[in-house]
Design a protein around this ligand. Structure first.
Ligand code: G6P
Length: 499
């Protein structure tokens, strides 16, 4: 065990996130089973938690009936002996919430307020004090659970140094609450935070009635991480202008309560090799056809620019009728946050726009758009990525966007072309993509035309560079960079388990 021989005390990682790395579901016999999430975060972080004998605190995706006892977390997936990414049930700290309170917290505050505001879409944001009240309570509840986790590790080994890693906009208040409790108990811990969505400019952020509380919650950490430098600068600016705190914009630090908090850009990556391998192994899912595939893959979310994208395609078919019966737009929209009105409205709008374009351009043997509203398996997804001629990733705003990276990882033969929005964090680094402003619909149409007609050698040069960068900066590198930014002795473990 490399950590136990390290000169500093043995660190153990406690991850705190809204969702656990799996959801609990009842099978046909009524037994609880785990259904693991396939996300890159889980692939990269869970093995580190498993190896350092750490803990994961989060919501298991189910509600208890009133008076129902908390269930025992099952050890493994259905029909599979291996626990999710090596995490044993004793390493899971489930946070059960009441359905009502969770609704106010998740649909109301997280997805009704934070999500649109942090994506710089204030007109879509709602501000209700009862949602905020639930947000405060749930953050306190998560903080209490995280503190139980800290206590249990310290009780097992008084020399352990808990490294608590809080994730995302659901839990912006938790860090300060955990720090307070640890201080009261005289327990030394390290605290880090990572935001998976953009951090907006002060001008937008200040619209939040609870802006001060959020900043102070985050400043409970030793280090606050964002995807890109712009978000770091926005955060620093907010600390300075909203709270009048001393900020160092050269060294990216904020002073608060006699501590210096560091702020770091930590761009997330994907499990690159895993996607490449899936692309190598996946059977063809799209029938052999004359048509070139233009692919879009997104959660059905208004930040993704889906309607703008379809308008651009409509524009392409109008201005370049030579593409009729020669291309197909395959849009996969994964249902998301279906209890929130904005998402229900978008579903309606998409159904209408898809119907209109298909009605206008279809011929006897061909329809311009194939629209899937549903989830697909990772293997199928890898096949779609591999077989697409063009992938259109044109969010109006996006923290990073992993679809762009997954597409690149799957370009193993006859490389396709990536069209990317500059308003995604990924647009900051993936320079060899065709970058287009999604609001400029006619230019976006011309960009699709350019992508469809790009010669092989140019496609190869662009894709080679894109692949090289994403392979190096994969999700394991991201985990390692977080641990480095936390000055953590777990770096050795991460290097050993993730390579
Ligand atoms: C974004 C957020 C994640 C969230 C995911 C899916 O990527 O940053 O924290 O888990 O969307 O959304 P959901 O609301 O289903 O968790």
């Amino acid at each position: 065990d490399p950590a136990s021989t390290s000169p500093v005390s043995r660190e153990a990682l406690i991850v705190v996130s809204n969702r656990l790395p799996f959801v609990l579901k009842k099978n046909e016999e009524g037994h609880l089973i785990r259904k693991s999430s396939a996300g890159g975060l889980v692939t990269a972080v869970a093995p580190v938690v498993a190896q350092c004998k750490g803990l994961w605190v989060g919501w298991p995706g189910i509600f208890l009936e009133s008076g129902e006892k908390e269930p025992i977390i099952p050890e493994s997936e259905d029909g599979n002996c291996t626990p999710t990414a090596g995490l044993l049930s004793k390493q899971i700290v489930p946070v059960f919430m009441e359905k009502d309170q969770f609704g106010q917290f998740y649909n109301g505050c997280c997805n009704g307020t934070f999500w649109p505001l942090f994506h710089s879409m204030p007109d879509r944001a709602i501000f209700f004090s009862e949602h905020w009240k639930a947000y405060v309570e749930v953050n306190q509840f998560f903080a209490d659970k995280a503190m139980e986790a800290v206590d249990s590790l310290v009780q097992q080994n008084k020399d352990v140094l808990p490294l608590v890693w809080v994730h995302d906009y659901h839990l912006t208040l938790a860090a300060a609450l955990i720090r307070k409790q640890a201080a009261e108990k005289g327990i030394r811990i390290k605290l880090g935070f990572f935001l998976h969505i953009p951090f907006p400019p002060w001008d937008i952020f200040r619209l939040l009635p609870w802006a001060n509380q959020v900043l102070e919650g985050l400043l409970g950490c030793d280090m606050v991480g964002f995807h890109i430098e712009d978000y770091c600068l926005n955060f620093l600016d907010c600390c300075q202008r909203q709270l009048d705190y001393r900020v160092d914009k050269k060294n990216f630090t904020v002073e608060h309560e006699g501590r210096k908090i560091s702020v770091r850009p930590l761009p997330i990556g994907i499990p690159f090799d895993k996607f490449t391998q899936m692309a190598e192994e996946a059977p063809r899912v799209v029938r052999e056809s004359r048509e070139k595939i233009i692919l879009g893959v997104d959660r059905l979310d208004y930040t993704k620019g889906l309607v703008h994208r379809l308008r651009a395609y409509e524009n392409l078919l109008t201005k370049h009728p030579e593409y009729i019966e020669k291309v197909i737009f395959l849009q996969i929209s994964v249902p998301s946050r279906t209890d929130v009105k904005e998402y229900q409205d978008l579903k309606e709008e998409m159904d209408q726009v898809v119907g209109k374009i298909n009605g206008q351009f279809s011929t006897a043997n061909w329809s311009p758009i194939r629209y899937i509203y549903g989830s697909i398996s990772q293997a199928e997804l890898a096949a779609f990525y591999r077989d697409a001629a063009v992938c259109v990733v044109t969010p109006l705003r996006d923290g990073m966007n992993l679809v762009a990276k997954e597409f690149v990882a799957c370009q193993i033969e006859d490389p396709g072309v990536l069209i990317l929005s500059p308003f995604a964090g990924a647009g900051e680094m993936m320079h060899e993509a065709l970058i287009v402003n999604p609001y400029e619909v006619d230019l976006a149409a011309e960009m699709i035309h350019r992508a469809l007609s790009m010669p092989l050698d140019e496609r190869q040069v662009r894709m080679t560079h894109l692949r090289k960068r994403e392979k190096i900066n994969d999700v394991n590198a991201w985990t390692a960079n977080f641990l480095k930014a936390m000055d953590s002795s777990l770096l050795g473990i991460a290097a050993a388990v993730c390579r």
